[in-house]
Design a binder for this molecule. Structure first.
Ligand SMILES: Nc1ncnc2c1ncn2[C@@H]1O[C@H](COP(=O)(O)OP(=O)(O)OP(=O)(O)O)[C@@H](O)[C@H]1O
Length: 301
């Protein structure tokens, strides 16, 4: 059985068609990334899955329960963890009080283990928390009742790189124990590290559902080359170089360049061999920004 199933899910806010006829499934035990630019409709889907808003048409099921069937959804939520993009805890309450409240509703058999791992402050009121500390507390509340499915809206925002790494390892371990993870993000490096498959939403419509590997193959890298002296533009005669942009006095004006940025989808060894013949000052190879991916591959559709 799919852990999440959307069947023509539509949410029309009047001015905005935030989710337009979305259909896809998330398998039990997979980590599924839900990607899209700002305002694409990710939070709207998540809020519909948790019963916070009603679909205008279509339907959705979580853990087999219809999200518009209130008693059924209450039952399902005992087995679901949810981390909001804005946790919105009571500012006057301490961390301990918030955890006690959540425990009273859902249980807290994993509280101590999670506190050891993520170490949010507990004795101060939430008003005095940094963004990262709010997020750490949110992670504890999401997992402490040992859910089968977790729905995470931008889960690593505010976490430092070390904690992001710890959280990634934690999610992988949860997955090995059979937990299903559905999370939204606009950060490609996070998605790359975690996901098995991704669904991409743009302007409320599903642009693609595909394994992360095939998305990354098409995405390519963003490469910047700086040289010590002008080198021939022929140096870029390598399969997989797209849209080269040259430094101010380079490229188009002459047949040499000292600075060039391009997207690369080819064999990195072939590129290094070719460029290795020249005297390079600097070479950077980075993940293409997710916004570029959207524009490049899904812009026209
Ligand atoms: N309650 C609402 N009433 C009217 N319009 C809304 C409401 N909530 C969201 N929208 C609109 O619906 C669209 C989708 O918003 P949503 O928050 O689902 O996007 P998102 O992909 O989660 O964006 P972000 O990454 O910025 O959080 C946006 O145009 C937003 O302005």
């Amino acid at each position: 059985m799919a852990a999440i199933k959307l069947d023509g899910l539509t949410k029309d806010y009047g001015d905005v068609l935030a989710n337009d006829d979305l259909s896809f499934e998330v398998e039990t035990g997979e980590i599924f990334g839900y990607l899209g630019p700002n305002g694409a409709g990710k939070t709207t889907t998540i809020r519909a899955l948790l019963g916070f808003i009603s679909p205008t048409s279509g339907s959705a099921r979580v853990l087999g329960y219809d999200v518009t069937d209130e008693p059924a959804l209450i039952e399902a939520k005992r087995r679901i963890g949810y981390l909001s993009d804005e946790p919105g805890f009571d500012e006057d309450a301490t961390g301990t009080k918030i955890l006690d409240l959540h425990a009273a509703v859902k249980g807290d058999e994993r509280r101590d283990e999670l506190l050891d791992l993520f170490e949010p402050p507990l004795d101060r009121p939430v008003r005095d928390y940094s963004r990262g500390n709010v997020q750490k507390l949110g992670i504890v509340t999401t997992f402490m009742h040992d859910p089968d499915l977790v729905v995470l809206d931008e889960p690593t925002s505010g976490l430092d790189p070390l904690l992001q790494q710890r959280f990634a390892e934690f999610l992988r371990a949860e997955q090995r124990n059979g937990v299903t993870v559905f999370f939204s993000s606009h950060v490609l490096s996070e998605v790359r590290r975690l996901c098995d498959r991704v669904g991409i939403i743009r302007d409320g419509q599903l642009a693609a559902v595909e394994p992360i590997d095939s998305l990354l193959e098409r995405t390519g890298k963003s490469v910047t080359v700086n040289t010590n002296e002008p080198i021939p533009t022929d140096a870029l005669d390598v399969d997989g170089i797209h849209d080269p942009e040259f430094g101010e006095f380079d490229g188009d004006q002459s047949d040499t360049f000292t600075e060039c940025t391009f997207t690369f989808t080819g064999d990195i060894n072939a590129l290094m061999t070719r460029l290795g013949r020249y005297d390079l000052l600097d070479l950077s190879i980075e993940e293409a920004p997710l916004e570029d991916v959207f524009l490049k591959f899904y812009g026209e559709s």
